[in-house]
Each structure stands twice: as C-alpha cells, then as structure tokens.
Design a protein around this ligand. Structure first.
Ligand code: SF4
Length: 319
C-alpha cells in the first residue's frame, strides 16, 4: 500500500503534484538569469569552479543576464503556458550563486519577480556557504507572503568527494545552513549528484539517512555528467573519469527513493545537457525517457518512494 503524497503511477512524490496540491493549479518554474557570479570562481571561496561546472556558461555569449528580468519572465511564462497549460509560476534564479550579491540587488530582483500577479513564489539556487544573514532575513520576509524555496547544492555528503570536485565547502557548511534556514517558512531543496569516481552505491545511499533527519522539502538528483569545456570533460578524455552506466544509475536511484520519506518532493531525477555539449555519459535517452526508466524500475520492483521507511503514513495522492 502506498504511503505519503505518492503519485499512483509515478511511484514518487513528484514536485509537479506537490505544487498542484499547494496552489490548486498547474505551476511551472521559470528559469531566469539574475546576472550573478560564483564565489567558487572569483577567488572568494576558490578558483576554477566545481569540476563539472560549465565554463561556457560563464562567457558573455552564454549569459542572458543582459535581458531585463521582466522580459525573461514573460518569455518563460509564455512558453510554459503554451506548452504545459501552466497557470501560475515560480521564478527560479538558477544560474551561478543567486544570493551572492549585495542585499539591495537581491531585494530588487526578488521583489520584481514577485510583483507579477501570476507569480506565486521564487526559488533561489545557492551554495551552502553563500547565504549571508542579510539575504536570509530578506528571504524570510518574502516567505511571509509568498512561496520561497532555497536550493542548496550539497552534491555529496562525503568531504573527500567534495574536495575532489573542487566544491569549496564541506558537509558542515551545508548542515549549518540548513539549520539557519529551517523554521522560517522557507522551503529547502537539496541538490545531489551520483556517480563520482570511487563512490559506491552503499556510500551514496547513506545520504538518505541524512536527508531523512533534516527538514528538507524537496530534492534534485542527477548523474555526474561531463559537458564540453569542463575539467571533468578533460579527465574523461584522458581516461581519468569513467562515467557510470545507465543501469547502475537507475537501480541506485530507485534504491535511494525507496529510502526517502514520502513527504519529500522530487524535483529532478536525472541531469540533461544539450547533445552538442554533452561529452559523457551518452545514454541516448530523452528527458522523459530517463524519468520513466526510473519509474518503470520502481513499478517492476513493486516499490515506491519511502516504502522502506516504516511509520511513514501520510496520505495518498492520485493527481
Ligand atoms: S557552485 Fe555552482 S556556479 Fe559555482 S562553480 Fe560550482 S557549479 Fe559552478
């Protein structure tokens, strides 16, 4: 018997269903570029960035920050309205570190996003070591009247792996930030990656214990993949990075989901990159095929998100 907010067909608590429950209509995230940079590239925390970070996206040609926020929003909302029939929107400040700026700039961007009548909230992607007290106070204030989600990139709970990827922060930074953000009316999303060299399935699955005991509202998971122009792509070309196989990823993610509490909404289950930029692994599956490869495996097993956790008896969703 399913437990939690589990979609009967998808076998997980999908973020789309979560948003539909929360707002009563179809809600889409619209990505915008607020013109931020990253402390792991400018020398404040580190240089060179994370090993998988797409350098091309840092070039002037690869940024849309020159386009006014309102125009980015209008174009994104029009696309989602037409393609998916979405009625409301969450503006997602995704590119780079979206709390890494003076709070005056943050207030200007966030409030301009929230001013649109069809915008129900914002989602702000950041590093665990880049959320200052003033930014947190601003997000807390905005969360009194709107949906506010802070997306924290943890990627791995193993400090040795974090050091390998030149992440520039450790697990302790993440734990401290989760504690600071908790109980402020702000949702917390955590980003994780599976497939680092030397990482084992059992070590990755230990992350489920961490997530289960923290006030995490949603998760994004994806495979480690190399895109052109990154140091990870260089390692791949030199034979120093061996990508994981699709079957290994799919089965591990299913093992992972079975151990994640049903109240945690799943925002993402795989990573995607434009085919002309993707170096490895090249699984040859389209985005929805990746998603359904995982769902099909859960169906084959007869399992679902949280099924290995006892005492997790939230309600069933049939959306
Ligand atoms: S924290 Fe994000 S933006 Fe900064 S280097 Fe790493 S992946 Fe790139």
């Amino acid at each position: 018997m399913f437990s939690g907010h589990i979609h009967r067909d998808l076998r997980i608590n999908s973020y789309g269903s979560y948003l539909r429950h929360r707002f009563g209509c179809r809600v889409s995230k619209v990505n915008v570029d607020g013109g931020f940079t990253c402390p792991n590239r400018d020398g404040t925390k580190g240089t060179g960035g994370c090993i998988y970070c797409d350098n091309a996206s840092f070039s002037p040609d690869g940024t849309t920050a020159g386009i006014p926020l309102e125009r980015q929003m209008a174009e994104g909302m029009a696309w989602h309205r037409k393609r998916l029939g979405s009625e409301k929107f969450i503006i997602y400040f995704q590119k780079f570190t979206n709390t890494y700026a003076p709070v005056k700039k943050l207030r200007d961007l966030y409030t301009r996003a929230l001013d649109h009548p069809d915008v129900v909230g914002i989602s702000v992607g950041t590093r665990p070591d880049a959320l200052g007290d003033d930014a947190l106070a601003l997000l807390t204030e905005l969360a009194r009247t709107h949906y506010v989600c802070v997306e924290l990139g943890l990627q791995s709970m193993d400090d040795a792996i974090l050091a390998w990827m030149n992440r520039g922060h450790g697990l302790a930074d993440y734990l401290k930030t989760v504690e600071r953000v908790a109980d402020r009316g702000i949702d917390i999303c955590t980003h994780l990656i599976y497939g680092f060299p030397g990482e084992t399935r059992s070590s990755f699955l230990k992350t489920t214990n961490l997530i289960s005991r923290l006030p995490i509202d949603s998760l994004k998971i994806h495979q480690l993949h190399a895109v052109r122009g990154t140091r990870l792509a260089e390692l791949y070309e030199r034979g120093q990075y061996l990508p994981i196989a699709l079957e290994e990823y799919t089965t591990t993610v299913c093992d992972f989901l079975e151990r994640i509490p049903a109240h945690v909404a799943i925002q993402r289950l795989y990573g995607s990159a434009p085919l002309d930029l993707l170096v490895a692994p090249a699984w040859g599956l389209k985005n929805n095929q990746m998603w359904y490869a995982i769902v099909k495996e859960l169906v084959r097993r007869g399992t679902w998100q949280g099924c290995r956790i006892t005492g997790d008896n939230l309600r069933v969703s049939n959306l």
